[in-house]
Write a protein that binds this ligand. Structure first.
Ligand SMILES: O=P(O)(O)O[C@H]1O[C@H](CO)[C@@H](O)[C@H]1O
Ligand code: HPA
Length: 294
């Protein structure tokens, strides 16, 4: 899966992979999309596709999770050149893999991507949220980071970014507003929310006490991805938009019979896939047409 799990990929390694990809396709993507669990249908919206299985891309990690196909798809989304990860990598897939799972963000950067749009499936902690809600991420809690597990740990290569990158502006506010505006226009107002995403290491789902604690700490949703990618994307200067599909309610009550499970996560993904795809693809069109967002 991750042959050299905590190997820090050098600038030259990333450049070699990006150059290899650029030599195989004429698409020059400015938008990079990452599909969350069960949300890979977004990649199928791309026209004139050139697709690569992760196993055929030099240096690329391999997807191991059900609901993550493991393909990098180039193409156009309503005329805009895009690259889309149909399947992402998670911290729990291999011990100490925080560098491998974020490698694609640096490759995106070297491909010419300016804006990254990430999706994920998450458990709802906010008691006002319902299963099927789409949460625009406005901020995050990086729990593994509190324990020193940060993808930027280790030597810093200034060609990617500074040693101490700012994260208070991690989630682009104009893109959040754009998502709200587009969501309202599409009639999604009833299930469009905003909030704070908390990442944990996984793969076990949370205990009741953990969910209660995370909620008290200010998290609205909990998952096992995205934040590491966001840190690397921001470090190298790409703009970031991210959203969570609330696929299940986090269990907060000892009387509850609910049990988090991956099948429910994928099932909710299937139910909301079309709307989510429409939201993201319409946003991509607007990024193209409004220079303020480009
Ligand atoms: O974050 P994505 O990739 O959507 O996947 C989410 O779904 C899985 C749990 O069902 C975990 O991997 C969690 O992070
Ligand atoms: O409840 C959850 N917890 C953690 N990750 C998740 N991904 C989807 N749902 C969840």
């Amino acid at each position: 899966m991750f042959p050299e799990a905590n190997k820090g990929y050098s600038y030259e390694d990333c450049k070699a992979t990006a150059d290899w990809l650029l030599a195989q396709t004429d698409v020059r993507p400015t938008v990079g999309i990452v599909c969350g669990s069960g949300l890979g249908g977004l990649a199928d919206m791309l026209k004139d596709q050139v697709a690569f299985n992760y196993k055929d891309i030099p240096n690329f990690p391999q997807s191991t999770v059900h609901g993550h196909a493991g393909r990098l798809v180039f193409g156009t989304l309503k005329g805009r050149p895009c690259v889309c990860m149909q399947g992402r990598f998670h911290l729990y897939e291999e011990q100490f893999a925080v560098k491998s799972i974020t490698l694609p963000m640096r490759i995106f950067k070297l491909l010419g991507v300016e804006t990254v749009m990430l999706t994920n499936a998450a458990g709802g902690l906010n008691q006002d949220f319902k299963v099927g809600d789409i949460m625009i991420i406005k901020d995050h809690l990086n729990m593994p980071g509190f324990a020193g597990n940060n993808p930027l740990s280790g030597p810093n290569d200034e060609r990617f970014g500074v040693r101490f990158p700012c994260m208070s502006d991690a989630y682009d506010r104009e893109l959040q507003q754009l998502a709200m505006d587009v969501g309202q226009e599409l009639g999604y107002g009833d299930f469009l929310r905003e909030g704070v995403y908390c990442v944990l290491g996984g793969p076990s789902f949370e205990t009741i006490a953990e969910c209660r604690m995370l909620h008290k700490l200010g998290a609205d949703a909990v998952g096992m991805s995205t934040v590491h990618e966001v840190i690397i994307a921001r470090h190298c200067g790409m703009r970031v938009f991210a959203l969570s599909l609330i696929t299940n309610q986090a269990v907060m009550d000892y009387d509850s019979e609910e049990k988090a499970n991956h099948e429910e996560v994928l099932q909710t993904g299937r139910q909301r896939a079309q709307q989510l795809e429409r939201l993201v693809s319409t946003m991509v069109t607007r990024i193209e047409h409004n220079n303020n967002y480009a």
